[in-house]
Design a protein around this ligand. Structure first.
Ligand code: ATP
Ligand code: MG
Length: 328
């Protein structure tokens, strides 16, 4: 028994099937898989009630499976030194702008959600494209040698931008495009289902960055106005928590965008936007506000992050991608 645990734990960097969980027989495994739970990690991070509901298994059985999966994956008390070691494992992806990287404490981090919010044209989508390219760089150059998943809800992904950005930093554009897995999400249910699938897809495909551009648009369209606000926020929160679990479980960076109006006072019909914006209020993560400035200049500011430097930085959007502003 203990020998078996060791061998499974050794493989814990890669994909571990629910079938590897001690005590899970093939009929239970079939039910888990039919409900979309393929990896042991997806079990560990699931809530028992939800898992029971989706699989039709009794809550007690489900609790035992979760417990067993936790033991197998070695999820238990850690020493402070182990916590330190895990912290050192956090990866950072360069944005292409040194000042923006500094503002973020060295780049966009894994194991967390980074939200870029701002008005139309403020650079949210361009940053998502740039990060999808840069994650593929070597660590010395600011990448994680990894692939990207790009979930597009608005149809604004452009392969031409990926090509141009890759070429600009001396990478083979075709290879870079091969390493970005693109999916259009057609509504909020689809968006949620895609993220469920990522618990299997991410570890199997060396993915280190997951982009959701935008995380909010479907939810806003489907739950409009004040009367749906509570329901929308609740669905969005649960979606964001799922993303947080994904980031932590697989040491990936999750980047989401959120369009907010430049002048909230003229948009009082939508209270979430009117109060200024960001959707991560109840989820841990980093929130970055983007504003338009003169020409191709953009201003970034981190909000509500005591561990990051205060203040604003300027960057530019060029044909080559996100860069430092030369005037700074
Ligand atoms: P929205 O809320 O509408 O989705 P956004 O914040 O995603 O907006 P982006 O699409 O990232 O905004 O930014 C668009 C801006 O990026 C354009 O206004 C333009 O200034 C700049 N841009 C886009 N493509 C290029 C390019 N090829 N060369 C230079 N600048 C570009
Ligand atoms: Mg956009």
């Amino acid at each position: 028994m203990s020998e078996e645990k060791e061998t499974v734990k050794e493989r814990s960097s890669g994909f571990i099937s629910v079938r590897d969980i001690p005590g899970v027989g093939s009929s239970i495994a079939d039910k888990l898989e039919a409900a979309g739970y393929l990896s042991a990690w997806s079990i560990v991070v699931a809530r028992a009630e939800e898992l029971a509901e989706k699989t039709g298994l009794p809550v007690l059985t489900v609790q035992k499976i979760i417990e067993s999966a936790r033991k197998m994956l070695g999820i238990t008390f850690k020493t402070a030194r182990e916590v330190k070691q895990e912290r050192l494992n956090i990866g950072k992806i360069t944005t292409g702008s040194k000042s923006l990287d500094e503002l973020l404490g060295g780049g966009v981090e894994t194991k967390t959600i980074t939200e870029f919010f701002g008005e139309y044209g403020s650079g949210k989508t361009q940053i998502c494209h740039q990060l999808s390219v840069n994650v593929q760089l070597t660590p010395e150059k600011g990448g994680l040698n990894g692939r990207a998943v790009y979930i597009d809800t608005e149809g604004t992904f452009r392969w031409e931008r990926i090509e141009a950005m890759a070429r600009a930093i001396g990478l083979d554009p075709d290879k870079v495009m091969d390493n970005i897995y693109y999916m259009r999400a057609y509504n909020s249910d689809h968006q949620i289902a895609i993220v469920d699938e990522l618990f299997t897809f991410v570890p199997k495909n060396d993915v280190r960055l997951v982009v959701l551009d935008s995380v909010t648009s479907h939810f806003r369209a489907e739950y409009p106005g004040r009367e749906h606000l509570a329901e929308r926020q609740q669905k969005l929160n649960s979606h964001l928590h799922q993303l947080m679990r994904l980031a932590e479980a697989y040491n990936v960076a999750v980047v989401v965008t959120n369009q907010v109006m430049a002048r909230p006072d003229v948009f009082y019909g939508d209270p979430t936007t009117a109060v200024g914006g960001h959707v991560l209020a109840h989820t841990p993560g980093v929130r970055v506000q983007l504003r338009k400035s003169k020409g191709n200049k953009r201003i970034a500011r981190v909000v509500d992050a005591p561990h990051l430097p205060e203040g604003e930085v300027v960057f530019v959007i060029t044909e080559e991608g996100i860069r430092d502003s030369e005037e700074e």
